[in-house]
Ligand binder design. Structure first.
Ligand code: PGA
Length: 249
């Protein structure tokens, strides 16, 4: 009953011609993939080209971040209404790389999520523990705090429109995928937080994605877990064949 959401996070990769070339190859490969929603998130400068290249296809386009003000003297920033106007449907919020390198906190995650919703866009809100947090048995405490301070400030109506991505930081770009069991445990814990705050119904409906070294050769095992409602894919989303293999798991 939860339709899988297969999302690609291109991070700071690909220029405009590489973007167009990707979709020329990718669109036909996923044209029949009605079992899931497919979203790709290129850099800001390639959003227009990506929207153009996916017109009439089943692929939707998202941004990787936004600023929470609608407009103003904020040099270097991009707002939700601007992203919406270009034809995007989604925004990744609170990715661990933004938390690690660009000062993202649970508080700014919440502000960006609200701004995303206000602009009529769907947020994919990222949470996940770092290696030292997992090794010191603080995984659930970290996830609990990220949920409490970064997500639970949403109203039930707002919350209904978000997807959550569980991305253990130690699994991102490292080739170390969380085992399907580790991922499932974390998803179950997050779903419990959701149930406590928003109720059992909301928890049963919520799409929780897994991210971290998802590849064509581990997608089946991950998606076999009832707790996993899709994936957020970095490296393996850059190649049309490899991401199509993931989408069509
Ligand atoms: P990865 O990245 O698939 O390259 O590990 C995942 C992510 O950062 O969303």
């Amino acid at each position: 009953m939860r339709k899988p959401l297969m999302a690609g996070n291109w991070k700071m990769y690909k220029n405009v011609s590489e973007t167009a070339a990707f979709f020329e190859k990718f669109n036909p490969l996923v044209a029949a993939s009605a079992h899931c929603d497919v979203v790709i998130c290129p850099t800001f400068v390639n959003l227009a080209a990506a929207v153009q290249a996916t017109k009439g296809s089943r692929v939707e386009i998202g941004a990787q971040n936004l600023f929470w003000e609608k407009e103003g003297a904020f040099t270097g920033e991009v707002s939700g209404p601007m992203i919406r106007a270009i034809g995007c449907g989604w925004v990744i919020i609170g990715h661990s790389e933004r938390r690690q390198y660009f000062g993202e906190t649970n508080e700014t995650v919440l502000k960006r999520t609200v701004a995303t919703l206000d602009a009529g866009l769907n947020p994919i809100v990222c949470v996940g523990e770092r290696l030292e947090e997992r090794e010191s048995a603080r995984t659930t405490a970290v996830l609990e705090e990220q949920f409490r301070a970064g997500i639970a400030g949403l109203t039930p109506d707002q919350f209904e429109r978000i997807a959550i991505a569980y991305e253990p930081v130690w699994a991102i770009g490292t080739g170390k995928t969380a085992t399907p069991e580790i991922a499932s445990d974390a998803h179950r814990f997050i779903r419990e937080q959701v149930a406590d705050k928003y109720g059992k119904d909301a928890a049963a409906k919520k799409r929780i994605l897994y991210g971290g070294s998802v590849k064509p050769d581990n997608i089946k095992g991950l998606m076999a877990q009832p707790e996993l409602d899709g994936v957020l894919v970095g490296g393996a989303s850059l190649d049309a064949n490899s991401f199509a293999a993931i989408v069509n798991f």
